[in-house]
Unconditional design. Sequence first.
Length: 124
Amino acid sequence: MKLHLTTDPSINLITGYGHGHVMINKERYEHDLIILPNQVLSWRTGHGGELAETDFEPLASLQPEVVLVGTGEHHLFLHPRLYARLSKERIGVEVMNCGAACRTYNILVGEGRHVACALLLDET
């Protein structure tokens, strides 16, 4: 699906997504990543398999208002212990499929919110 939103070109927007990929400002990514309004970071490089508490450590250090976790094409329920540190630091966490996470990220960025979107794109 393609997404279009007109705004400041220096802000990262998700301009499209599909099976195993996401487009950020029209650039294609095919690996797990964290998207913030001002940067794109690799996430869980080489991990594969299930999420661990340590996977959420980089998100806590970024101090966003909210973290959107995209769990691939299907919504997966994550155990709250995985993101307990985020909750303890009063960082909101919402878990959804990647499509919903991409759409929600763009809406929150459009509102000027400091949001992080962590997407699981690798086929595991």
